[in-house]
Design a protein around this ligand. Structure first.
Ligand SMILES: [Zn+2]
Length: 201
């Protein structure tokens, strides 16, 4: 279910991000490698996080597996391809987590209720555990209200790229892009660090 590109270490933050419509162009049930296109500014922002040793983890619903549109192997190839594109620009995603399930799916073994399909917090909790960080130091960014709900359920701060009404606005803000979310998150971390060091006698 996961593909690690880097071992967890002592980290000061964690960016958990949706995939389709957040990092890459939204193609419904993307099933061709050549359709993978990073959105403007995303690669630069990922590199900025890499430089600051803040892990980047994808958490994505991929019910296309349960629906029989593509295989789990294709998903792995897609994620390898994303990292290949990033590598050319000196950037990388540290971990890919995905939910291949759907209750009414067609493919046996994937046609079940699970804890990992957003808005359930399973993938986010797994990311938090994997990197050994407390939820309040992590963030989740996505273009669906399911992402916002998953963030809330996992106790992490949410960034919502979208236009739907946020009923509960606590611990979530609206942004236009992944890059805007990352910039805000980094400014929060830096002001936190500054506050901490100002308490040193
Ligand atoms: Zn699942």
């Amino acid at each position: 279910m996961k593909l690690a590109y880097r071992e967890p270490s002592e980290v000061s933050g964690l960016v958990i991000t949706d995939r389709d419509g957040t990092l890459i162009r939204d193609v419904p049930y993307l099933s061709r490698i050549e359709d993978i296109k990073f959105l403007p500014g995303v690669i630069e922002s990922i590199r900025m996080l890499n430089d600051r040793k803040i892990p980047v983890c994808v958490a994505t619903n991929q019910s296309g597996v349960a629906r029989g549109y593509f295989s789990e192997e294709f998903l792995r190839q897609s994620h390898d391809h994303m990292n290949l594109l990033l590598q050319k620009e000196g950037a990388k995603i540290d971990l890919f987590l995905y939910c291949p399930h759907l209750r009414d799916g067609k493919i046996s073994g994937y046609d079940r209720e699970c804890e990992c399909r957003k808005p359930m917090p399973g993938l986010l909790s797994e990311a938090i555990r994997y990197f050994g960080i407390s939820p309040e130091n992590a963030m989740m960014v996505g273009d669906s209200l399911r992402d916002v709900e998953a963030a809330r359920a996992a106790g992490v701060f949410g960034y919502y790229i979208g236009t739907q009404t946020l009923i509960d606005q606590e611990n979530v803000i609206r942004v236009d892009t992944f890059s805007e979310a990352v910039a805000h998150y980094l400014s929060q971390i830096e002001s936190h660090v500054a506050r901490r060091s100002s308490h040193v006698p």
